[in-house]
Design a protein around this ligand. Structure first.
Ligand SMILES: [Zn+2]
Length: 110
């Protein structure tokens, strides 16, 4: 049942909240900009960096490309994420804190 390529589990490339506007779309029928495949709707987690702070936003309705796994957000969703970003992800809106494991490919750090 679980697709091992579930989009929210894949490591998203590091991105800034401002870049999310590039992935915004207006209409419901939607094709991937990269590979022209039809996308499907899914509720995902978005991870992004705000300076040195790693931010996770849950319950994000996105459209996912089945082929390249690119995620797209509707205008309302990107607006909400940008709203959080523009207010520096305020502490009073945090729903919980998590611990993240950090790895390095630099041998000197081991
Ligand atoms: Zn694609």
């Amino acid at each position: 049942m679980d697709d091992p390529r579930r989009a929210e589990d894949r490591g998203r490339r590091e991105e800034d909240a401002r870049d999310l506007t590039k992935m915004s779309y207006g209409s419901m029928a939607h094709q991937c900009k990269e590979c022209r495949r039809e996308t499907y709707a899914k509720v995902v987690r978005v991870t992004l960096w705000s300076g040195d702070r790693l931010i996770v936003v849950e319950n994000v309705t996105a459209r996912i490309c089945d082929d390249c796994q690119e995620q797209y957000y509707d205008d309302d969703t990107s607006e909400k994420i940008l709203q959080l970003a523009s207010t520096s992800f305020p502490p009073d809106k945090v729903v919980r804190e998590i611990t993240a494991s950090v790895f390095s490919l630099d041998d000197k750090q081991k």
